[in-house]
Design a protein. Structure first.
Length: 329
């Protein structure tokens, strides 16, 4: 059932993606705001209460609905899995930005590409040199693909195999969204946040993402340049502050032979790169602290798309083989 649920969800999402500013996203934001306002009193235990209500309660609800439906019809249970995966898994939840930025670069409209990147990632990209612009687009796209597709895929397959239905997909997406929401709110003017809650949400999501991040990196290595990918993984993953991100980005950089990492431009995600230097200038400084390979070019954007899709095919084939073995056994 897991294979068909993922397959149908991906197919439906390709033909009928969720629109920008959809009601699901607005509801999630409202849910995060409500739990923080009503259950966060600033202490350690309140951070745990808020996170459990935010992430665990929706996952338990998804599981409860699955159990209730499966009691009457396995076909209806499959439909429920597909519906939940449609809301939690898929490329089209972020790929419109990637596509629009790539189209702008193809038109040599770098100002529009910078504007779209700023809108997508809520960062100041107005002074990014071309190489840094491409690097950020590639890095954010790879991480988005992991968090919207591969991470959800792993937790759905794992927990559904134990009878939890789509609870794993919901848990992963809620944990990921919570880690971003509280971090973003902490940077917003006049929006104080419990530092313990922000740190807890990021720590718990990093724990949930530990295995999926390494499986994503392994998939990139298998479908790309395996030797270079593994070498970059082992040598360059430490260039990024967050280990899970570093493993994914280093493996992908080696798989397609592109430079990632390096010094970030002023105002651009200073918390992610260990090599961040305020006021870093132009492309000449890019190679410092970066992976080996060629400087990012527009052609690398297409290489990244191919890498991600080949990895999806790889994991879908493995899931199909496991499902077939389970039926035969």
């Amino acid at each position: 059932m897991s294979f068909f649920a993922v397959l149908f969800a991906l197919l439906i999402e390709q033909f009928k993606p969720l629109p920008r500013g959809n009601v699901v996203h607005d509801s999630l934001t409202g849910w995060m705001r409500w739990t923080g306002r009503n259950f966060d009193a600033g202490r350690d235990r309140h951070a745990w209460v808020v996170w459990c209500i935010t992430a665990l309660v929706p996952a338990l609800i998804a599981w409860g609905v699955y159990v209730a439906i499966a009691h009457f019809s396995l076909l209806l249970a499959l439909f429920w899995n597909v519906a939940v995966l449609y809301l939690t898994l898929g490329f089209r939840q972020f790929s419109h930005y990637f596509t629009d930025i790539r189209d702008a670069l193809d038109r040599s409209d770098e100002a529009e590409a910078r504007r779209l990147l700023s809108e997508w990632r809520h960062l100041d990209a107005s002074e990014l040199p071309r190489t840094e612009l491409l690097r950020h687009v590639i890095e954010h796209s790879l991480l988005a693909a992991h968090r919207h597709v591969f991470g959800v895929f792993f937790w759905f397959v794992l927990m559904s195999s134990f009878g939890f239905g789509p609870a794993g997909a919901v848990l992963y997406r809620m944990a990921e969204y919570a880690s971003r929401y509280w971090a973003f709110k902490s940077r917003t003017i006049d929006a104080p946040v419990n530092d313990r809650l922000m740190a807890l949400s990021q720590r718990l999501f990093n724990g949930l993402d530990f295995v999926p991040a390494r499986l994503t990196a392994f998939g990139f290595a298998v479908v790309g340049n395996f030797e270079e990918s593994v070498t970059c993984w082992r040598r360059d993953a430490g260039l990024w502050k967050h280990p899970n991100e570093g493993i994914i980005l280093a493996a992908a950089a080696g798989a397609v032979g592109v430079q990632l990492g390096g010094s970030a431009a002023p105002g651009v995600t200073p918390d992610r790169s260990k090599t961040f230097e305020a006021g870093a200038q132009a492309d000449a400084a890019f190679a410092e602290g970066s992976t080996t390979g060629l400087p990012p070019e527009p052609g690398h954007l297409r290489s990244i798309v191919g890498l991600v899709w080949r990895s999806v095919v790889l994991w879908m084939l493995l899931l199909a083989l496991l499902s077939l073995a389970n039926l035969v056994g």
